[in-house]
Write a protein that binds this ligand. Structure first.
Ligand code: GDP
Ligand code: MG
Length: 314
């Protein structure tokens, strides 16, 4: 009897202890799981943060995003995307807004050496000739002798791919000609021959080189003598993989040339051209195209939504 009583008491104590132990373990497991899930959330959040920084979104913008959104917010990715989208929304440039009502549409391309001006001109020429428009390329990069050949190379490539393409090049006729004079002559030819578009290709210049920057200002001054509304569109071409130095390029070039908009190239590399957010925020410039690759079709009109989506892919 007594034995049975002690057995019951012993079993009751054992059951209580076991249940307490199990419940502590369960609590510990729940809190451990919560902390693991939190860690995963924070690390996923950090990954997005790193992705933005690696894509050259300036720290000031990243910091603002991170301070306004919590990693525990299940919608944080959507919110970050929306924040970035708000910056570039409505910033897609449209060529047709700049076209003159009559005469050729004259576009001036400039930027630092190797940013992709000539390649972009080639790709844009292909796009427009595919639509049946004629294009005259004004080869005003008189600094490198190979530059005229490179431009002619694009004319040949486009003509080979589309024998009906109406495209010509007019460049230097003797070594070291003044680029402004070459440009003037080419535009005059384009007007006289009734071209739909004239693309002016200029030498790559360091934004820190005063003389070369003055030369760019001279090109604009000289062509205004033909028609004060020229050029109808002035575009700076930035290499998307140049990081945030593209912001400085826009600032320095704007001291010597009017800038209507931006073309960012080399988005097929690891570059995502996050500097565009700063350029748009600071200088309110339109983005016209993104270059992705060296083929004829490697130029895409800027779309704010796909640009932002691209930050969260790959
Ligand atoms: N991968 C890649 N390479 C490009 C792109 N645009 C230009 N390039 C290359 O970058 C280099 C410089 O381009 P180029 O057009 O000559 O630059 P420019 O000096 O500004 O006229 C060349 O080797 C081009 O083939 C692009 O969108 N993607
Ligand atoms: Mg060039």
């Amino acid at each position: 009897m007594i034995f049975n009583f002690f057995k019951k008491v012993f079993l009751a104590i054992f059951a209580t202890k076991l249940s307490a132990k199990l419940s502590t373990k369960a609590n510990r497991n729940t809190s451990q799981m919560a902390s693991v899930s939190n860690k995963i959330k924070v690390s996923a959040f950090e990954q997005v943060e790193n992705a933005l920084i690696n894509a050259d979104v300036e720290w000031e913008i990243v910091e603002k995003i991170l301070s306004s959104i919590s990693p525990s917010d299940s919608q944080y990715k959507t919110k970050i995307k929306q924040y970035l989208l708000n910056i570039v929304e409505g910033q897609a440039g449209n060529l047709s807004n700049y076209k003159p009502s009559s005469g050729p549409f004259v576009l001036l391309f400039f930027g630092v050496n190797g940013s992709g001006k000539t390649t972009t001109i080639g790709k844009l020429s292909w796009l427009l000739t595919q639509g049946g428009e004629s294009v005259l390329l004004a080869g005003c990069d008189t600094f490198r002798t190979a530059a005229t050949e490179q431009l002619q190379g694009w004319v040949d490539k486009i003509s080979a791919s589309n024998p009906l393409a109406k495209i010509k090049m007019d460049g230097m006729r003797k070594p070291a000609e003044d680029p402004a004079a070459v440009c003037y002559r080419a535009i005059k030819k384009g007007i006289d021959e009734g071209f739909d578009n004239i693309f002016i290709d200029t030498s790559g210049r360091l934004h820190t080189n005063q003389n070369l920057m003055e030369e760019l200002a001279k090109i604009t001054r000289v062509i205004k003598k033909l028609d004060p509304t020229l050029p109808h569109l002035s575009l700076i071409v930035i290499d998307g993989s140049n990081g945030t130095s593209a912001v400085r390029q826009v600032e320095d070039f704007s001291k010597f040339a009017h800038i209507d908009g931006i073309i960012a190239t080399k988005l097929d590399s690891s570059s995502k051209a996050g500097a565009i957010f700063t350029i748009v925020k600071k200088y309110h410039k339109k983005i016209f195209f993104l270059g992705n690759g060296e083929s004829l079709s490697g130029l895409t009109p800027f779309s704010p939504q796909s640009f932002v989506d691209n930050f969260f892919e790959g």
